[in-house]
Design a protein around this ligand. Sequence first.
Ligand code: GDP
Length: 450
Amino acid sequence: MIFQDTDTIVAPATAIGGALCVIRISGDKAISVCDSIFKGRKSLRDAKTATLHYGNIMDNDEVVDDVVVSIFRAPHSYTGEDSVEISVHGSRYIVQRVITLLTQHGARLAQAGEFTRRAFLAGKMDLSQAEAVADMIAASSHASHAIASTQMRGAYSDELRTLRDKLLHIASLLELELDFSEEDVEFADREELRQLLQTLRERVSSLAKTFSLGNALKEGVMVAIAGRPNVGKSTLLNRLAGEDRAMVSDIAGTTRDTIEITTNIDGVIYRFIDTAGLHSTDDKLERMGIERTEQALRKARIILWMQEVGDGAELGFTPTKEQKLIRIINKIDLVGDKSLNCPSDDIPTLYLSAKSGEGVEKLIEMFKSITNASAAYQGEVIVSSQRHYEALTQASEALHSALTALDTGISSDLLSEDIRQVMYHLGGITGEITNSEILQSIFSRFCVGK
Ligand code: GDP
């Protein structure tokens, strides 16, 4: 069967299991298809946009359900097409029966993401906003919600549009020079051009740099807890998570595998990985755990290197520049006089007792200042999609190449080609320049009904 973008489509828009469920219909025939199974005070065919109608869904003479129908007429709807939402009682049976009736009357089942895809094709939102709809639905914390909300409301799109408009201005001046190439004129002042390209590059790079934070806020900030067996890693994890999830015991090597616990601190999801500890062992099972530890350490944004008072163990791992290393010296409750030896390096060190909780509050404060989600809460644009990050990085490289070209006094046509590349990459984010394969891959990640 060949699906057309002009078909009238139907899908449940809510999860089944609550008191009510919304069935969504969109397309030219949305209202008439719904009207053919609806019995209310008046026909839906004459209903005005943004109105609600109470009535019954009928299967011939049988009443299937009491429902409320919302009517949205084109272009004043999510998809830009005539759309209907039917609120039915949330039983799987009712939902399936109503959808079957609608398909028998001319609608077809929607594909994954098809409603939002139509909204994009109708110009209701650009591609980055459409992607933000999926992020919004998946948001599980204040921070991930704030990023998706800023993106969905168009702040990111506005920013990219401003950048593209500036580039378009440069490109048109350069094209004009090409038209007059015989006469050797320069419409675009080269110094002005350089400054503009430089400003654009700085902005594009700084947007790309927000990805590391954006990705952490969206997926959860990964914190690896490393250290010798028995130093108290599981105990700390349990305290941070507020429940006894990791296994705690005083037999060295208890945490054989990595255990992940997520917890919400101040609106940010943290993914704590309690690792098996780095130490040499002949035990095959333990060796596998240690390999997973090494993997977790590579991926983590924050590494907690845990030791006990008087412990001189080595970390055995060099963090990258982007990773934040915190040394924790645990079990301070065991030290009577608290005269603790301070390690001589400059790694931030915190003394605490995972068992009693003393000092743990300070650790939480450190997490908050490292992650610093305030930019997200203040509505700043933060890139959280890998696809956008790659496009921005490529745009930044093309801008670099344009600036280098300018330095070498290259001809307008080659310079203009670099500028077109930048516009191509930025345009891919908002969907101004795109192809059906990209759209397919983006919208197929949505659920049916979105
Ligand atoms: P892991 O192997 O690093 O995960 O260590 P565990 O969390 O399993 O802890 C090992 C032992 O140390 C257990 O008996 C814990 O009760 C004990 N322990 C952990 N933290 C503290 C602490 O802050 N003070 C004291 N006194 N004991 C602790």
